[in-house]
Design a protein around this ligand. Structure first.
Ligand code: F6P
Ligand code: MN
Length: 359
């Protein structure tokens, strides 16, 4: 393939040629890309568009909705509902699944999305994104809530758009992870980053360190060891980043490696994590795995989780394979009570933590 000349449509025709229902899937992804171009134009206008700021209402997550959250949500729905390609949609911004108007033909796919991820960043002009996941509707007729509750390994396509200095679309149909850059003058997505591969080793991590006191000991151990740098057990210095926009963190990891963590914490027992399984963790995990990385809760592969609710939250630890495997090992060691004290300055804290738990 010639870089700079492969448009998204041409790429999809080639990748989906031998897949059952491939042309419909390609057409749906082109509809998603059309919505992404509109959202890119809205976010790029900044204060001049009149789209910044908050609305009075809260969404289903109890978060204040931004004007751009609502506009991005409507843009995605309007772009994908009419083509006879989807049977229904689930969005972060809607409590219940979106039911297509009766005049539109029902298609074979379910589209699940977060229309504007990291939207607290819009008012400060920092990168945000859209995340999407495509599942096959398992039966004829209108989908019920249950039809969306499929494990992530059943996704037939997943991707995100990042609205940064350049707008990019990164997607997978299960044949690697590929990045396209929007040529704004022409209006085409052009394949610029084929076959992304995350380096297995890395020395960069991303976590919201203000939550450190709520983390579980295995995560505390990992971060403390990274912070100890050259003089510590890791014997090298680490770098840290936190953008508060998962799409932007994941994009950096796809480009140069690293680890992103929004782990389980003890802030709120009803929330085993921050990120939503169906439209954040699952699509991002498929992209990461297709690029050679790993994605886990610390204890289970994200793509194997059986969802039990549309807006369910999960712990997420993803990125460079060797680092994620190490963090998984720390969880297993902790659960088995076999952490080796000489490897971790936190061993004693862990003992304290366990003592508190058994009181
Ligand atoms: O949608 C969730 C999200 O906005 C992610 O994009 C981001 O990684 C995270 O929340 C930021 O969380 P916090 O506000 O705790 O930094
Ligand atoms: Mn989000």
């Amino acid at each position: 393939m010639h870089l700079g000349r492969t448009t998204l449509s041409k790429f999809l025709i080639q990748q989906l040629r031998d897949i059952d229902g491939g042309s419909d899937l390609g057409a749906l992804l082109v509809d998603v890309a059309a919505a992404v171009k509109t959202i890119a134009a809205m976010t790029a206008k900044g204060a001049l568009g009149g789209f910044l700021g908050e609305l009075d209402n809260l969404n289903i997550q109890g978060e204040t909705q931004k004007k751009l959250d609502v506009l991005a949500n409507e843009t995605m729905i309007r772009s994908c509902e009419w083509g006879g390609l989807v049977a229904g949609m689930v969005s972060e911004e809607l409590e219940a699944p979106y039911v297509l108007p009766s005049e539109f033909e029902r298609g074979r796919y379910l589209l699940v999305f977060d229309p504007l991820d990291g939207s607290s960043n819009t008012d400060v002009n920092v990168s945000v994104g859209s995340i999407f996941s495509v599942l096959v509707h398992p039966r004829p007729g209108s989908p019920s809530e249950h039809d969306y509750l499929q494990p992530g390994h059943r996704q037939v396509a997943a991707g995100y758009a990042i609205y940064g200095p350049a707008t990019m679309l990164v997607l997978t149909v299960g044949k690697g992870t590929h990045g396209f850059t929007l040529d704004r003058e022409i209006g085409n997505f052009i394949l610029t980053h084929p076959n992304l591969a995350i380096p297995a080793r890395s020395s960069e991590f991303a976590i919201n360190a203000s939550n450190a006191r709520f983390w579980e000991p295995p995560v505390q151990r990992y971060v403390t060891e990274c912070q100890a740098g050259l003089a510590g057990v890791r014997e090298r210095d680490f770098n840290m980043r936190w953008i508060a926009s998962m799409v932007a963190e994941v994009h950096r990891i796809l480009m140069r490696g690293g680890v992103f963590m929004y782990p389980r914490d003890t802030r709120d027992a009803s929330r085993p994590g921050r990120l939503r399984l169906l439209y954040e963790a699952n699509p991002i995990s498929l992209l990461i795995e297709q690029a050679g990385g790993r994605s886990t809760t610390g204890r289970e592969r994200i793509l194997e989780l059986a969802p039990d609710a549309l807006h369910q939250r999960v712990p997420v630890i993803l990125g460079s394979r060797e680092e994620v495997e190490r963090i998984e090992r720390y969880h297993a060691d902790f659960d088995a009570g076999t952490d080796r004290p000489f490897e971790s300055p936190l061993f004693h804290e862990r003992s304290l933590f366990r003592a508190e738990l058994t009181v």
